[in-house]
Design a protein around this ligand. Structure first.
Ligand code: ZN
Ligand code: ZN
Length: 535
């Protein structure tokens, strides 16, 4: 029976290019989607660019342009990069679309109607000359810790995060006037009301969530949940659908995370699927995966589930939290400020996309932080992709091209190898479903390595020399059978090689199931899977 699979990839923030940290943490989503599609399951795999929030408005101000232009520029870049690295979302959208804005406003009103959002009046920073409440970034003042210049929420010098009430000597960044304190109203989300339910969720999902997710979620609850402001003094974001809130926007944390639902709903509508039924907790065929970096854990394990509960649609709370640890570069933390942030575009100039997908899965920051390096990427490419996978396919087919004009005669496939192949689908599939991608990949490598051993120990070239063509055809056909199945097994990880093998040998379209070639096969233009990269 076909299953329903929802996969939410994290929404990258649209103010800089995608870097290797994004790639490592988001790849699992695409591997899952390709795998489940191959199983014939009904998959909804969505993500998009997170385009609101202050860093984008800040950047726009510095570059003398609009937040929309900044966000759009990087959004377009993300689309290209994801495409170049082989991602196949069912929908990759952004938070600026009409659809998302309307969806979020509707759900916001619903949370309000359900009693999970309330109004709170607090003193806030006001400029009497500009006649408005100032956003954090419109406030300039002195840091209470170091005396340096700070905005309303962060010190520029010691980088401490601040609350605008602590900042000293506040004045308006727009007109330079001193500010006054004046009562301002905001809407708050009652996160505290969900504590019991969230605690239960952590217990229920103990074996499905990554260890770091269970730990971080527990820590987040143990330090004490607090109700969160749901509106913010800003002019860039989704409008608050409540009268009297025209000068504010919905806080980005509540809005961006709802993107999973708005994008999922949209895909469902386009395909004629009832999204409420699909996502229903009563849908026993449903599995949901949320894929992101470990810094995003609290959002996906507590805040998002609380919102979903508060919406009262009876949607499933996250089944699998696939939260990646960090990837460092040459054992150093990467950051924009250090200038050592390795972008995916830079890597794509030097490596095939298969290599990047392979390497960042092989590196597998699944349980702890890891470090990547260009040298290791090259070594991995040469050792595994060229030396193992490419070698098996190309020396087999090269030999047949040379000796038999590219015609592979039908033979009998080795029984043990068939048995092993069927088992490989089950056991690799199981690892993928449990989000153990390193494990899955190492089983694939073992399958390929065994294939090379089979070829070497069978010595088909000796059979040709001895004119034992029946035996030669059996060995060769067994190798072709292995290739057909390698092409399926590697598809979620290394799509280019999979397609090349399938094209050369006219195999069936990818499915996650044993493939048995039939009849004689003619090799179409022999293609080298991968070229060596000089170290
Ligand atoms: Zn002012
Ligand atoms: Zn400071």
């Amino acid at each position: 029976m076909s299953r329903d699979i929802f996969i939410g990839g994290a929404w990258p923030y649209s103010n800089y290019f995608l870097h290797v940290g994004h790639l490592a943490s988001l790849l699992p989503g695409d591997i899952l989607a390709k795998y489940y599609r191959g199983k014939g399951d009904r998959v909804i795999y969505v993500s998009g660019s997170d385009c609101h929030g202050t860093p984008i408005t800040e950047r726009a101000r510095k570059e003398n342009t609009t937040p929309e232009k900044v966000a759009n520029y990087y959004h377009e870049e993300f689309v290209k990069t994801f495409n170049n690295v082989g991602f196949e979302y069912d929908l990759y959208t952004d938070t600026m679309t009409d659809y998302h804005n309307k969806y979020v406003q509707k759900q916001f009103s619903r949370l309000l109607d359900n009693g999970w959002i309330y109004e709170k009046v607090e003193p806030a920073v006001y400029c009497e000359k500009c006649n408005k409440f100032l956003s954090d970034r419109e406030i300039v003042g002195k840091c209470p810790n170091c005396g340096g210049v700070s905005t309303g929420d962060q010190c520029d010098e010691c980088l401490a995060s601040l609350d605008s009430s602590e900042v000293l000597d506040k004045h308006c960044k727009i007109c330079g006037s001193d500010t006054v304190s004046k009562d301002n109203k905001h809407l708050y989300f009652k996160l505290t009301a969900f504590e019991k339910e969230l605690q239960q969720l952590i217990i229920d999902r103990k074996n499905l969530w990554r260890k770091n997710a269970v730990g971080e979620a527990q820590k987040y609850i143990d330090t004490g949940l607090r109700d969160r402001a749901a509106t913010r003094q800003l002019d860039w974001g989704v409008d608050v659908p409540v009268k009297g809130y025209e000068d504010k926007k919905i806080y980005v944390w509540i809005e961006a995370v709802m993107g999973y639902l708005s994008a999922g709903q949209r895909v469902a509508e386009e395909r004629g699927i009832d999204f409420d039924k699909f996502m229903s907790d009563n849908n026993k065929n449903l599995r949901t995966y949320f894929v992101h970096g470990k810094d995003n854990i609290p959002f996906h394990t507590t805040i998002f589930p609380a919102l979903v509960s508060g919406l009262e649609y009876n949607y499933r709370l996250p089944d699998y939290i696939v939260s990646c640890a960090y990837v460092n570069l040459n054992d150093e933390k990467m950051s924009k400020s250090k200038g050592n942030l390795l972008t995916v575009n830079e890597l794509l100039e030097r490596f095939p996309k298969d290599t990047l997908r392979f390497y960042f899965t092989y590196l597998g920051p699944e349980t702890h932080d890891t470090s990547c390096s260009i040298e290791e990427m090259i070594q991995c490419h040469n050792k595994f992709l060229v030396g193992q996978l490419g070698n098996f396919v190309n020396r087999n087919l090269g030999f047949i091209n040379k000796k038999f004009e590219g015609i592979i005669k039908e033979g009998i496939v080795d029984k043990d190898i068939k048995e092993k192949t069927r088992k490989a689908y089950d056991s690799i599939g199981e690892a993928i479903e449990k989000a153990e991608f390193r494990n899955a990949l190492s089983q694939i490598l073992e399958y390929i390595s065994d294939a090379n051993k089979y070829y070497d120990s069978s010595e088909p070239w000796v059979k040709v020399k001895n004119e034992d063509l029946t035996e030669f055809n059996n060995i060769t056909y067994t190798c072709v059978y292995i290739m057909a199945n390698i092409a399926n097994l590697i598809k979620p990880f290394m799509g280019d090689a999979s397609s090349k093998i399938k094209d050369m040998l006219s195999f069936k379209e990818y499915r996650w199931e044993e493939e048995e070639p039939k009849g004689d096969i003619t090799i179409k233009d022999l293609d080298i899977l991968y070229n060596r990269i000089d170290e």
